[in-house]
Design a protein around this ligand. Structure first.
Ligand code: GDP
Ligand code: MG
Length: 441
């Protein structure tokens, strides 16, 4: 796997300066293989790698990650951005019924999806109606009726015994029925062929013109891999679609189709289907898909942990300084920023040895205040940050003005800093962690 291959590239070096071209190239080569193995189409791989390289070249070397890890982190972030950049909810009509039309090759999972979608919509308080417009295969209508029954929703179908009906006519009458019976959403199932063909496209386009869908979902089997691109292009040009649903993700497909379809058509992936049961269905999660495509969930976890550990190391350094009475406002700010990156402010408490007593000071700081604190400290000169004792009242006024806050807030911050420092020193003293007795590593 990719992680195995990369492990040989990974050394626990902490780089300096910018990422080197050699680091970027060797990692990019491995990523490229991973993407191709995940069945991402070649032109998409090329464009994507070029974009990642561009971003990696400008990136400062992280102190927390080695170069390969850092490139992977960038790749992962870019993948998530592309897969989910425009993740959005279903587009529903202002005046019901909203119409959702399903399109895609035969076997893609449209009819199954109709049932899944119906159940999902029903759970959200909607009253969907399924409309059977696949009159191509003899049992297609029955199949839709069966999934409809399982989902507990009504299915509108042509009366049996009238020979092969006209799907466009059924679609039109389905909408009328929805209005009459007060269904607020109509899901239109359509026919698919094994390959893309003109007649199928024309029929789908005719249904589209008849029902004017609020959302046309292109349903694509994740297992078809490279073919996803040509199929998606054919449906984009032949019918047009506003969103994508990826099916059969329970199989062993690595999901490259997701990236290809997203890149080539620019339409968002709205849902993912991962099984034959109606419940095997969810909104699409870009982060899970990115990690699946890269095939390196473990590596990504490792990167996350490395970054956290690094933040913690910094926190411990600061705590040690604090014990020695050397804490500066710069450290204080760095701490707060590190904490913010890690989540709720309370996490800081866990990182400082025995710092429970600082809880009161820190509990009062919420995220908005943190912005102001940051602004205030940024408004100080290096000398003031290094040695807050020199911050007299005229300096306080200057700082307040420069950072756009009231003098009172500068006073509060300085007070809080000295209070925190004092509390910590007492605590360190009690635990024998002060100068001479402290941590040396
Ligand atoms: P349609 O021709 O596009 O309407 O596709 P169907 O809904 O009839 O699905 C074709 C086959 O794929 C059926 O056997 C489904 O049970 C199966 N199927 C659909 N979605 C999924 C899925 O997410 N996972 C798995 N494993 N099978 C699926
Ligand atoms: Mg079908």
């Amino acid at each position: 796997t990719l992680s195995d291959r990369l492990t040989s590239v990974l050394q626990n070096l902490r780089g300096k300066g910018k990422l080197s071209d050699a680091d970027i190239d060797s990692t990019a080569r491995e990523i490229r293989i991973a993407l191709l193995e995940a069945d991402v189409a070649l032109p998409v791989v090329r464009a994507f790698i070029a974009q990642v390289k561009e971003r990696a070249k400008g990136a400062e070397v992280s102190e927390a990650l080695n170069p390969a890890q850092q490139v992977i982190k960038i790749v992962n972030e870019e993948l998530i951005a592309i897969l989910g950049g425009e993740t959005r909810r279903l587009n529903l009509a202002k005046n019901p019924p909203s119409v959702i039309m399903l399109a895609g090759l035969q076997g893609a999972g449209k009819t199954t999806l109709a049932g899944k979608l119906a159940l999902w919509l029903k759970k959200q308080g909607h009253a969907p109606l399924l409309v059977a417009c696949d009159l191509q295969r003899p049992n297609a209508v029955t199949q839709l009726q069966v999934v409809g029954e399982r989902a507990g929703v009504t299915t509108f179908a042509p009366e049996p015994g009238n020979g092969v009906g006209d799907p466009v006519d059924v679609a039109r009458r389905g909408i009328e029925e929805a209005k009459r019976a007060q269904h607020d959403i109509v899901v239109v199932d359509t026919a698919g062929r094994l390959g893309v063909d003109e007649e199928l496209m024309r029929q789908a386009a005719d249904i589209r013109d008849a029902v004017r869908p609020d959302e046309t979902l292109f349903v694509v089997d994740a297992m078809i891999g490279q073919d996803a691109v040509t199929t998606a292009e054919a449906f984009r040009d032949g019918v047009g679609f506003t969103g994508v649903v990826l099916t059969k993700l329970d199989g062993d497909a690595r999901g490259g189709a997701a990236l290809s379809v997203r890149e080539v058509t620019g339409q968002p992936i709205l849902f993912a289907s991962n099984g034959e049961k109606l419940e095997d269905f969810d909104t699409f999660h870009p982060d899970r898909m990115a990690s699946r495509i890269l095939g390196m969930g473990d590596m990504l976890t490792l990167i996350e942990q490395a970054e956290k550990a690094f933040d913690q190391e910094k926190a411990e350094e600061a705590a040690a300084k604090l014990g020695a009475g050397e804490l500066t406002l710069e450290d204080f700010l760095e701490q707060m920023l590190a904490v913010r990156k890690m989540g709720p402010i309370g996490n800081l408490l866990g990182m400082l040895p025995g710092a429970g007593q600082m809880k009161d000071q820190l509990a009062q700081v919420d995220d908005k205040q943190l912005d102001r604190v940051q602004a205030i400290i940024r408004g100080m000169t290096p000398a003031e940050r290094e040695n807050p004792k020199i911050i007299n009242s005229s300096r306080r006024q200057r700082i307040a003005k420069g950072s756009g806050v009231a003098v009172r807030e500068v006073n509060d911050l300085v007070d809080r800093f000295f209070q925190a420092k004092k509390t910590m020193q007492q605590m360190m003293g009690r635990f024998g962690m002060g100068p001479g007795g402290g941590r040396k590593n």
